[in-house]
Design a protein around this ligand. Structure first.
Ligand SMILES: NC(=O)C1=CN([C@@H]2O[C@H](COP(=O)(O)OP(=O)(O)OC[C@H]3O[C@@H](n4cnc5c(N)ncnc54)[C@H](O)[C@@H]3O)[C@@H](O)[C@H]2O)[C@@H](O)CC1
Ligand SMILES: Nc1ncnc2c1ncn2[C@@H]1O[C@H](COP(=O)(O)OP(=O)(O)O)[C@@H](O)[C@H]1O
Length: 282
């Protein structure tokens, strides 16, 4: 990880906050996910977004409210997914983490696509598995669609074998971007990022400490937060992936992991990395 690399490639991520900024300057992120048994997936994404600088973060659970407040982060606004989808102030949406795969989840995803035509949408996890079923078309959108599959989800999106994805990762990422007219983040060792136009790049940060449940949810939240802060997808997408890996690398350098590294720790370390980029800007 070098500060110079980030400042050269993702200058928008390294900009200091304007002194006259306010919470409205950094967007309102809606996180939709967390069906029963996977409440944590939505919380991980939402908490990651909060500490990555989103102005306000709302969580729409795919279940009745599991609790009235997140005691670790009471800053989060908690509601049911249908309530969040009816609110009009979301400026970016992140959906799919622990969303479930039943009919109710499919119906919700349909509503998510409908409600987000004019705002960026980051789709992860079960959201991708549902999209791969083909009943919902990504459709025409006015703002970015970002798909963040791990190799198994990529194989579902392309209706092929995971071995084929891993055997030609860049080709798989391009195929997903073309099929869905979207940014693709094909996760795993050396994450491949592909623009909707088919241009690929390979991320250079990260380590096997990230191979634990929930780190992908954290990445989705970070991506949403960067987009909510008004950073264009061309920098927000590769920038958030770089930050996420750089956070894990920092933790390993400090002796936290790779064994036993947790997603929550990555989230907090990513805040430190992000601020270190900003503070050292000349
Ligand atoms: N705390 C929580 O509530 C958590 C909930 N989660 C949710 O659990 C649901 C199921 O997600 P899963 O991803 O576990 O299930 P999937 O069935 O989508 O994928 C799991 C399988 O994908 C394959 N795979 C993943 N990464 C790979 C790689 N780099 N190379 C090769 N194969 C790879 C492996 O065979 C793995 O067993 C999602 O909705 C997810 O968001 C997870 O995010 C973990 C944390
Ligand atoms: N060996 C590895 N090297 C680098 N990054 C990894 C490695 N294994 C996993 N990751 C990263 O960790 C995250 C895992 O995401 P995902 O598989 O969706 O997990 P989850 O669904 O449990 O949150 C991705 O960002 C992926 O790129």
């Amino acid at each position: 990880m070098t500060v110079e690399y980030a400042q050269r490639h993702f200058p928008a991520l390294c900009r200091p906050r304007l002194v006259e900024s306010h919470k409205g300057s950094f967007g309102t992120l809606g996180v939709i996910g967390g069906a029963p048994g996977m409440t944590g997936a939505a919380l991980l994404a939402a908490r990651a977004a909060l500490v990555q600088g989103a102005g306000k973060v709302k969580v729409g659970f795919v279940q009745d409210l599991p609790f009235a407040v997140d005691t670790l982060h009471p800053e989060l606004m908690l509601m049911r997914a249908d309530q969040l989808l009816r609110s009009s102030d979301m400026t970016v949406c992140v959906a799919g983490m622990g969303m479930g795969l039943d009919e109710k989840s499919l119906g919700l995803l349909f509503q998510v696509f409908r409600a987000t035509i004019d705002i960026p949408l980051v789709l992860d996890a079960d959201g991708l598995t549902l999209l791969a079923q083909g009943q919902i078309g990504a459709g025409r959108r006015n703002r970015a669609l970002v798909l963040t599959p791990h190799p198994q989800e990529a194989a579902r999106l392309l209706d092929c074998d995971v071995g084929e994805v891993q055997g030609a990762r860049a080709r798989a990422a391009v195929a997903i971007s073309r099929k869905y007219d979207a940014w693709t983040v094909l996760k795993g060792h050396k994450t491949v990022i592909c623009s909707p136009q088919g241009d690929t790049q390979t991320n250079c940060t990260g380590n096997p400490g990230l191979a634990s449940g929930g780190t992908g949810d954290v990445l989705a939240g970070m991506l949403g937060a960067c987009l909510a802060q008004g950073i264009e997808a061309a920098q927000a997408v590769p920038g958030a992936v770089w930050l996420h890996g750089a956070a894990a690398d920092l933790l390993v350098d400090e002796g936290v992991g790779p064994i036993g590294l947790t997603a929550s720790e990555v989230s907090l370390a990513a805040r430190r990395v992000r601020n270190s980029l900003v503070m050292t800007e000349g």
